[in-house]
Design a binder for this molecule. Structure first.
Ligand code: SF4
Length: 448
C-alpha cells in the first residue's frame, strides 16, 4: 500500500489531545504515518476548540495558510473536527473552501469512511448530536504521543451546564467507563513501561455515579494506586462542588497520587458563581482548599478564572482577587469572558465593558505572576523528583521534566534519561520554569 502521512493540529483541552491520539490510532491502522511537517502530509486534521473566541479565529487563519499547501498539492485532504463543527454543524464547510470534510466529537469512529468519500470527490460533514455508543474509549485505539505518560479517559461528557460552557452540548451527558476496564488499560500501560497516568474527564470527581453499580472516584484512585509500575497519578478536571472528603483522604494516603490539583474557581463572588451555575460558594471553595492544604502539605493548586462575566461589578472582581490571594495558586489560566454561541450566558445583556475586562485581566495576571514566582523561588535549594520528558523546547541542549507538583524543570543531562524519574536540585527559579542539576541518573535509579 502506498505510504501516506498525516498531521493533526490540536487546539484546546486535554480531551481534545486525547481525541487526537485516538484519531492518530485510527489513521496508523490505515497505513498512514504521523508527520509534524505539514508540507509532507497527505492528510491534515485540525482538532478544534470553541471555549474561547480566539481558538475559532486561530483555526480560520490556519486554514487560510493551508490554502497554499492545497494549491501545491491538490490531493491534500484537509479536515476539521472537534468542538467547532460539533457546534456549528455542517455550515462550517461553507466557511472555508479548503476544507474537504468536517466531523464532530461523536463521529471519530467514522473517520476512514469519511476519507474514502472525500477521495471520491465529495465534501463530507458528519455531526452526530447524540453521544455515540460506538466511540471507543478503551485506549486500545490510541496512538499515544509519549511512551511513559498516558492520558486515560475515565468518562466523557458533563452534566453541569455552567452557563458559559458549551461542553455539555458538544460532548453530551456524563458517561463513565467501567472501573475494571480502566484498571486493565492502566495495567497494560504499566507493562509497556508507562510510569505516569492522567485520568481524564470533564468532571472526574463525579466519576462512576452513572454506572449500574455506582463507584466513587476515590475508590478508583485507590485501585490504580495499587498497580505496580505506575509511579504517578494525576487527574483533570475536578469540579469544586464534587470534591469530596473521601477524595482528599485518598490524595493524602495514596502515595502515587501527585501533590497537584487543578481546581477551577472561575469567580470569587457568590453572585457571579450563581449566575455561572457553578453550584458552590466562595466559602465552600475556600473550605475545600483548607482541607486540601492540611491533608496534602506542599500541594500545588492551579485554577481557571473568568474575568468580566456579565454582571461582574468591581466589588465582585475584588472578591475574586481576594480569593486568589488567599489560596495562593501556583498558576492560573485567566480568561477574558467572551460569549460563546449556544450557551445560556449568551443571552445575558449586562455585559462588562471591554476596557474594564482588560484592566481586571491585567490586575489578576500581575498578581498571579507574583505568586507563581514566589512559589517557584521557594523551591531553590530543594531536591525534587522529576519525570524526564525529553529535550527542552526552549533550551534544546538541556532536558525538560516535571515535578509531582507539575512544575517544569530544565537541567543538563542525557536524552537517555527520557522517561526516568530523577532527583534534581533546583538552582534557579523563573516564572514558567525552574532550572536545576540532576542528583541521580537513570542508571543509579535502576541500580537500587
Ligand atoms: S463543569 Fe461546567 S465548565 Fe466544566 S465542562 Fe461541565 S459545564 Fe463546562
Amino acid at each position: 500500500m502506498q505510504a501516506r502521512n498525516f498531521s493533526i493540529l490540536t487546539y484546546g483541552c486535554q480531551m481534545n489531545k486525547y481525541d487526537s491520539e485516538q484519531i492518530a490510532g485510527i489513521l496508523s491502522k490505515q497505513s498512514y504515518s504521523k508527520t509534524d511537517d505539514l508540507s509532507e502530509a497527505d492528510l491534515i486534521l485540525l482538532n478544534t476548540c470553541t471555549v474561547r473566541e480566539k481558538a475559532d479565529h486561530k483555526v480560520l487563519s490556519k486554514l487560510g495558510r493551508l490554502r497554499e499547501l492545497k494549491e501545491k498539492n491538490p490531493n491534500l485532504i484537509i479536515g476539521v473536527c472537534g468542538c467547532i463543527p460539533q457546534v456549528q454543524g455542517e455550515a462550517f464547510l461553507d466557511r472555508s473552501r479548503v476544507v474537504d470534510f468536517v466531523f464532530g466529537t461523536q463521529n471519530i469512529h467514522q473517520l476512514s469512511e469519511m476519507i474514502s468519500e472525500v477521495k471520491k470527490g465529495k465534501r463530507v460533514a458528519r455531526i452526530e448530536k447524540e453521544p455515540s455508543e460506538a466511540l471507543d474509549f478503551s485506549g486500545d485505539a490510541l496512538l499515544r504521543e509519549s511512551g511513559y505518560q498516558a492520558w486515560v479517559s475515565i468518562m466523557t461528557g458533563c452534566d453541569n451546564f455552567c452557563t458559559y460552557c458549551i461542553v455539555p452540548y458538544t460532548r453530551g451527558r456524563e458517561r463513565s467507563r467501567e472501573p475494571d476496564e480502566i484498571i486493565n488499560e492502566i495495567k497494560i500501560l504499566a507493562g509497556k513501561g508507562y510510569v505516569e497516568v492522567t485520568l481524564l474527564g470533564q468532571n472526574v470527581n463525579s466519576y462512576g455515579s452513572d454506572l449500574s453499580s455506582p463507584v466513587h472516584f476515590p475508590d478508583l484512585l485507590e485501585r490504580i494506586n495499587e498497580i505496580s509500575g505506575i509511579e504517578r497519578i494525576r487527574f483533570v478536571t475536578s469540579h469544586p462542588k464534587d470534591l469530596s472528603d473521601g477524595l482528599i483522604e485518598v490524595m493524602k494516603d495514596a502515595k502515587k497520587v501527585c501533590e497537584y490539583l487543578h481546581l477551577p474557581l472561575q469567580s470569587g463572588a457568590d453572585k457571579v458563581l450563581g449566575r455561572m451555575n457553578r453550584g458552590y460558594t466562595r466559602e465552600l471553595y475556600l473550605e475545600k482548599v483548607e482541607k486540601l492544604k492540611s491533608a496534602v502539605p506542599g500541594i500545588s493548586l492551579t485554577t481557571d478564572v473568568i474575568v468580566g462575566f456579565p454582571g461582574e461589578s468591581e466589588e465582585d472582581f475584588n472578591e475574586t482577587e481576594k480569593v486568589m490571594r488567599e489560596v495562593g495558586f501556583h498558576f492560573s489560566f485567566i480568561f477574558k469572558y467572551s460569549p460563546r454561541p449556544g450557551t445560556s450566558a449568551m443571552s445575558f445583556t449586562d455585559t462588562v465593558a471591554e476596557a474594564a475586562i482588560a484592566e481586571r485581566f491585567n490586575r489578576l495576571d500581575a498578581l498571579q505572576k507574583e505568586m507563581t514566582l514566589r512559589h517557584n523561588e521557594a523551591l531553590v535549594g530543594k531536591s525534587v523528583e522529576v519525570l524526564v520528558e525529553g529535550k527542552s523546547k526552549t533550551n534544546p541542549e538541556m532536558l525538560m521534566g516535571r515535578t509531582r507538583t507539575n512544575k517544569i524543570i530544565i537541567f543538563p543531562g542525557s536524552e537517555n534519561s527520557k522517561g526516568a524519574l530523577l532527583k534534581v536540585e533546583i538552582t534557579q527559579a523563573g516564572l514558567y520554569s525552574l532550572y536545576g542539576r540532576a542528583l541521580t541518573t537513570k542508571e543509579s535509579n535502576h541500580a537500587g
